[in-house]
Design a protein around this ligand. Structure first.
Ligand code: A3P
Length: 295
């Protein structure tokens, strides 16, 4: 009961102008002294963009498709989440202490909050972006089930907050653009959720080339299969079912919810869509990024 009171829906805290889950904001102090290793690989995303999917793909690649090895621990232990902190659960930094090289790391942080060492060490980054209409819907349901977030309110009010950047991790628009620009100065492989849905094998080949590894074709096919939505939804090492229910309540909405592109159409009203599109055009003006809203 105490854990429920402790973790239940604290307001977001602003750090350098970025709203964050209260506990994650508290973790940032000790994270600034984090030392990256040159062979680290950072998976960076705005929340709900396919982080868990690409994390599982990368661990499968690092374990050469050996599913048993990928069953060794839940995804958030195999791929430590740098800024993660929730009462009663090991922090991302604590998890890192037991993680051998070569390490896979996860963050959702915007660049202004990223530990400098990752940039100084020129750590390779796999960034995944997803169209913001599907992100907003996924994020709304995630807010409902993950009680470290404030109450999302109605879908309509949540969508307004999303467009204004008043959700955890701030503006989607700024996040996707600043990591897109980073590819000019850092080793960044910029992927899209929709592309992975369309042709996972093609995108896995891109990742293999980027990380300088090669695998037999049948192993790549096996990875495609093991990292499918159907497999990951029933796998306790990827579906977050090992997290206590008072932190994530899958009976409200499953972490592995739909795994679809274009699902936003069943949620957005015509008026919400028009408003979103006008806002999108303003926020993304002059940016060369192109998103696909359906497949
Ligand atoms: P939905 O809520 O739209 O279903 P993240 O890992 O960044 O939090 O993203 C979670 C989103 O990715 C959820 O979207 C989840 O279902 C989806 N997802 C996770 N694994 C997936 C997979 N193997 N294939 C497709 N989508 C996946």
């Amino acid at each position: 009961m105490e854990l429920i009171q402790d973790t239940s829906r604290p307001p977001l805290e602003y750090v350098k102008g970025i709203p964050l889950i209260k506990y994650f904001a508290e973790a940032l102090g000790s994270l600034q002294s984090f030392e990256a290793w040159p062979d680290d690989l950072l998976i960076s995303t705005y929340p709900k963009s396919g982080t868990t999917w690409v994390s599982e793909i990368l661990d499968l690649i690092y374990q050469r498709g050996d599913l048993e090895k990928c069953q060794r621990a839940p995804i958030f232990i195999r791929v430590p989440f740098l800024e993660f902190k929730v009462p009663g659960v090991p922090t991302g930094i604590e998890t890192l202490e037991d993680t051998p090289a070569p390490r896979l790391l996860k963050t959702h942080l915007p660049l202004t909050l990223l530990p400098q060492s990752l940039l100084d060490q020129k750590v390779k980054v796999v960034y995944v972006a997803r169209n913001p209409k599907d992100v907003a819907v996924s994020y709304y349901h995630f807010y409902r089930m993950a009680k470290v977030h404030p109450d999302p309110g109605t879908w309509d009010s949540f969508l307004e907050k999303f467009m204004a950047g008043e959700v955890s991790y701030g503006s989607w628009y700024q996040h996707v653009q600043e990591w897109w620009e980073l590819r000019h100065t850092q080793p960044v492989l910029y992927l899209f959720y929709e592309d992975i849905k369309e042709d996972p094998k093609r995108e896995i080949q891109k990742i293999l080339e980027f990380v300088g590894r090669s695998l037999p074709e049948e192993t790549v096919d096996h990875i495609v299969q093991q990292a499918s939505f159907k497999e990951m939804k029933k796998n306790p090492m990827t579906n977050y079912s090992t997290i206590p229910t008072d932190i994530m309540d899958h009976s409200v909405s499953a972490f592995m919810r739909k795994g679809a592109t274009g699902d936003w159409k069943s949620t957005f009203t015509v008026a919400q869509n028009e408003r979103f599109e006008a806002n999108y055009a303003t926020k993304m003006a002059g940016c060369s990024l192109h998103f696909r809203w359906e497949l």
